[in-house]
Every structure is written in C-alpha cells, then in structure tokens.
Design a protein around this ligand. Structure first.
Ligand SMILES: [Zn+2]
Length: 323
C-alpha cells in the first residue's frame, strides 16, 4: 500500500529532541524510525528559484543565453506586481509569473499552477489547499515537507528584517547588490534533506553593473543615481521629466545604453548559471524568472515601480530539472 509522502516525510524529520534524556544525553533512536530516516520512500527534489531582478523578457531573449535555454523553453510571462517587494511576496506565495490565459477563472488558474509543484518538488500530493492557511511556500516546504529553506538576496528592500523572512532557515542580504557568483559559494546541499533556495540576483537591476565594474564607472542618470545609493527602490523608476518639467524622453541615447548594459549582464550571468548548474546535485529543479520588467524610455518611463506599462510586467520564465 502506498504510504502518503507527507506522513513519511514528517516521520523522517521528527525532532531529535524527543529522544533526549533530561540530562541532554541522547537515547538511540528506535530501529523503525532509524530506517525511515535513512531510506526515504520518495526523495524530494531540491528546488532553486532564481529571480533576475528587473530583467525584461526581451532583454533575456536578446542575450540568447545558451545555458538557460538548456533548462527548457524560455516563455514570456507576466508578473503580478511592478516592483520588487510585492512581487517577491507573490513569488513566495508560490504564484510564479502567469501566462495571462483568457476565458479561465483565476481560481482555476491558481489550482492548475500549484499542481506544477508536484513536478518541481518530485511529489504527487501538492495542491493549492496544501498551502492553507499560511499561503507561504517557505512555510509549506519547511514545516510540511522537511526542506531546509534559504534566501540569498541582493536588493536591500528584501532585507532579513522584512516580513518576507518567515520560515527561512537562513536569509542573507548579500554584501554586494550585484554578485550572483558570490551566492554560489554559500549554497549547501545535503543528501539527508531537500533544500530550497531563493536567489534574488541584482546584476540585472539598475545600473546593470558587472561585479568587477568600479562604481565610479557606473552610468549616471540625474535624479536616479543618488537615490540608488540608498537602494530605496520605491523611488527608482517612474516617469522621467526634463529639467523644465516636461514629459519628453529624458535622454534616449543614454537609456539605449542602459538597455544594452542589461543585455550584457544577462550574457555574463549565463556563464554564472553554467557554474550554478555544475554545482547542483542530481534531483534539483530550477526555475528562473524576474520579479518585474524595466522601462528604457518607452512612453517616457524609466525603471519600474510606479509605472503602468506592459514592459514592467513582461518577464522571462524558464524552468526544468537538469538531471
Ligand atoms: Zn525588483
């Protein structure tokens, strides 16, 4: 008879404290439970969710990333939100960027979308109601499936003091906002338990700088750069105005240059993905997407956040299991 994976995993991750004597000296675990610990009936996949902050769909396609294309077909999808914090909350609810299907009730779409977690995690028992009542993926992964949960984030608006840091075993704001390669050194996988990693990658965020580019060579946009120094994303973006207060394009040549820089960092990141994929153990499922897009002068907009435009919602989406 098939034993439910949730029940089996719960046994597998029962707290060791129940076998401790008052003195703290551990008792040997009963033979039956020892077997459960060593041989899980249905090992779960590790799950790595990579968010390329601000990466436009057409930016990613223009970069033609060979490594990412090996993961699966790169889709054009739509973010639920136009800036980092609400978008990550949504992603961590388990709702990845949507395909904007017509003639479908939202509730039906959510239901179908959550069934995809069975493939991602290597189970058959996940549905939308599995996440009730917390509606938070890290809580579900950690408390119901026995995952170790980790976040490595680049943008300070996602720092560990925010409400997003719930049911993560570790939650780290990286020292630099633009160094995905440094994240790889912090990733640890164990054959004894499944791992979940959220990587919020910042190279694709303004000013689209590679980790080794000196800060004094970053491009400067009047009224934006000083703001970025404080990394307060809420005010990065919006409609650019000329000095006179008009709404003409700010400086399209400069914005074209910025867009070219975002394409260039995706080309660089594709090589970092190659290193990431090399270090991932077997049975690891990877999803790569963006939290929102970016405007490079279309209809007078730059950046993201207080922007209502198709390009701020249009994001790339690719996922698959490598081996
Ligand atoms: Zn963002």
């Amino acid at each position: 008879m098939k034993m439910g994976i949730l029940r089996r995993v719960r046994q597998r991750t029962a707290p060791a404290a129940s076998h401790a004597r008052p003195s703290g000296e551990p008792l040997p675990a009963p033979q039956q439970e020892e077997q459960e610990t060593v041989v899980p009936a249905h090992p779960l996949n590790n799950y790595v969710l990579v968010i390329l902050d601000s990466c436009r769909y057409d930016t990613l396609m223009a970069a033609a990333p060979r490594t990412l294309q090996a993961l699966g077909t790169i889709e054009r999808r739509w973010s639920y939100a136009s800036w980092t914090a609400p978008s990550h909350y949504n992603l961590l609810m388990g709702l990845l960027p949507h395909a904007s299907p017509r003639h479908v009730y939202a509730s039906e779409y959510y239901k179908q979308d959550f069934l995809r977690y069975n493939e991602r995690l290597g189970t058959q028992e996940i549905e939308f109601k599995s996440l009730v009542p917390h509606l938070y993926l890290p809580t579900f992964l950690k408390r119901k499936l026995g995952y170790r949960t980790h976040a490595l984030v680049s943008l300070p608006v996602l720092n560990p003091a925010t409400v997003l840091n719930r049911d993560f075993d570790t939650f780290t704001l990286m020292p630099k906002h633009n160094d995905m390669a440094a994240m790889l050194e912090r990733m640890v996988f164990s054959p004894d338990y499944p791992s979940f990693y959220l990587l919020n990658v910042g190279e694709t965020h303004y000013p689209y700088a590679l980790p080794d580019e000196p800060e004094d060579q970053w491009p400067r946009i009047h009224g934006v750069h000083g703001v970025f120094k404080h990394l307060d994303e809420m005010v990065v973006g919006g409609k650019l105005r000329t000095e006179e207060g008009g709404t003409k394009f700010f400086d399209q040549e400069k914005l074209d240059l910025l867009r070219a820089r975002q394409i260039e960092v995706v080309r660089y990141l594709d090589r970092v993905f190659e290193r990431l994929f090399d270090l991932l153990p077997p049975r690891t499922y990877v999803t790569v997407t963006a939290d929102h897009g970016e405007l490079f002068g279309e209809e007078g907009y730059f950046g993201h956040g207080p922007v209502h435009h198709d390009k701020v919602y249009e994001v790339p989406f690719v996922e698959g299991k490598l081996r």
